[in-house]
Structure formats: C-alpha cells, structure tokens
Design a protein around this ligand. Structure first.
Ligand code: DGL
Length: 296
C-alpha cells in the first residue's frame, strides 16, 4: 500500500473546517442534497454545470482531502475507500443523487463492481468515444490520471477507437497538483507538463491536435494554460455537462428548494481551512455547527 495512504480501517469523520465535525442529523429529515464527491477541487468543474442546469438543488460537496490525490493510488483501494465514505455519509444524509465528480474514482468503482451497490450513483467517464465523433482531423490527446488511464474502461475504449483516430493518451498526476495549487491562488507554471507533452509528441503532432479529452475533473480549471500547449485544439471534451444533464433527468420535478445551500465537507481537518477559502470563492459555504437547524 502507498505510504501516503492512511490505514484503511480508520473511520472517516466529515469536517466542516479544521475544528468542527459535521453533524448531519438535522439535515436528515427534510434535505435531500445532491452529493458531489471528489478527492479535491476537481468536482467544482462539475458543480458549475449542475448549478446551471439545476439551480435550486442543495449541493453537498465532499472533498476527500485525507486521501488526496487519488490518481496514483490502486483502483481497488480507491473504490473501497469511496464506497465506505459514502456509506458513512449516508448514515447522516439521504442524498437524492451521488455524483462521483472524479474520473479516477468513477473508473475504480466501475471496474471493481461497486457502481452496482448504490442505485443513485452518477459516474463520470472520460469521453473518448465522444471526442472521436467531435474531432475533425482525428488527432486527439487524452489527458487523465495514471489510475484512470490504467482502468479497463479506458483501455477498452482506446483499443476500440485506435483504427478511427490517432490518439495520444497522456497520464499525468502533475496536472492535478497544479490545478489544486491554482485554485488555492498559488502561481504555478505548467512548464514541466509542457516538457512531458514534448516527450510524447513531436512539435508537428502537438500542433496537429484539434481535440483534447479532459479525463480528469481537475483539468478544466487549467484550460487557459492547456490552450497554450495545444494551440490548435478547438474541441475540449469535458463530460461534466453530460453528467449534469443525466442528474437533471433524475431530479426533474423532485427538487423544489427556494433557498438552496451549497456546503462542503472534508475528510481531514488538516488543510481544511485553506480548502474552505477556495470553496467559498466558488460559492460554497459551511454550516455553522450550531445553526444547522436554521437551514431547514
Ligand atoms: N479529480 C479527479 C479525477 O477526475 C482526480 C484527481 C486525483 O485525486 O488524482 O480523476
């Protein structure tokens, strides 16, 4: 097991910030939020689409900062972890839908059969087949974490499409860290990622790319930098909107909240306050422990 992974048998607790533990019991009776799950800030690229399509939904974002990052961890461990966390959350909250806004976690849940264990899971898939339909010149780069790239679903899709397009898969964990740093307001350069791209593609190939698959929810945060690296790409395939549309079709007519809340929870108090600032800048708040009831 990776040295960064805390022992598996620790029971995760959900934190509102670095001091206060989430107590969801008061939410239980009347709030059925859409739970959005990711290892960190990547899921914000999905909540933007959910907010556009379902503006009156209560959103409960869970960032598994204790285990961040996922992309270099084994798929089975990720699947077990995510499933266990959601089991614990569901003791306190009754979600209308659970949006796994993380390609790495979604591929792990799918590959290890955990996707069948909950009826209201919405998984996100790297849109490889969609990209082939969209690309005009069929020169495509797929960006995803190493774990996603190794998943059976992605390997199968890459094999299935290899005769229809020239596809360059680039597994990168560095972009996830860059995305987190950027959202926290740190000025990070993508120079080392650009060098990695140069080791996969000649300049001519790089300039020929017209379609980039954003196979990690962290990557749309970096789109402006990625445009510099792939200057001729004009199709940026991000599956978030499709996912939000699927959630809308389940929740249509069910959600009727005039004053929706957007709350974020963390699995570790370490670094939670810094994270909270990032989420606050993106319209999320926390619930004051004493005033949870006031929301109802
Ligand atoms: N946002 C996640 C994804 O879509 C993963 C990032 C990570 O924790 O490595 O894959």
């Amino acid at each position: 097991m990776d040295a960064d992974m805390p022992p598996f048998d620790t029971s995760p607790i959900f934190w509102l910030n670095s001091e206060d533990i989430f107590d969801g019991t008061q939410l239980l009776s009347s709030n059925n939020p859409i739970v959005v799950f990711d290892s960190g800030v990547g899921g914000l690229t999905v909540t933007r689409q959910l907010e556009n399509l379902i503006p009156n939904a209560n959103l409960l974002y869970v960032a598994d900062n204790e285990w961040f990052p996922y992309g270099n961890k084994p798929g089975f461990a990720i699947a077990q972890r995510v499933h266990k966390l959601l089991d614990l959350l569901c003791v306190q909250v009754t979600p209308l839908a659970i949006v796994v806004a993380c390609n790495t976690a979604s591929m792990a849940l799918l590959e290890h059969g955990f996707d069948k264990l909950r009826h209201n899971y919405f998984l996100i898939y790297p849109p490889i087949v969609d990209a082939i339909d969209t690309s005009e010149n069929k020169n495509i780069v797929v960006l995803a974490t190493p774990s996603t790239m190794k998943s059976k679903h992605v390997i199968k899709n890459l094999e299935k499409t290899e005769l229809r397009a020239k596809i360059w898969p680039i597994a990168t964990q560095a972009l996830v860290a860059l995305s987190e740093a950027r959202l926290k307001g740190e000025d990070m350069s993508l120079a080392s990622f650009a060098e990695q791209v140069d080791s996969y593609l000649t300049e001519e190939q790089r300039l020929s790319i017209d379609t980039v698959v954003l196979g990690c929810t962290h990557f749309p945060h970096l789109i402006e930098d990625l445009r510099i690296i792939f200057p001729n790409a004009h199709n940026w395939t991000d599956p978030a909107k499709k996912l939000a549309t699927q959630v809308l079709s389940l929740t249509k007519g069910i959600i009727a909240t005039d004053m929706p809340f957007k709350t974020v929870l963390f699995t570790s108090k370490r670094g939670a306050d810094k994270y909270l600032q990032t989420f606050t800048r993106n319209g999320f708040g926390t619930i004051e422990p004493a005033s949870i009831g006031a929301i109802l």
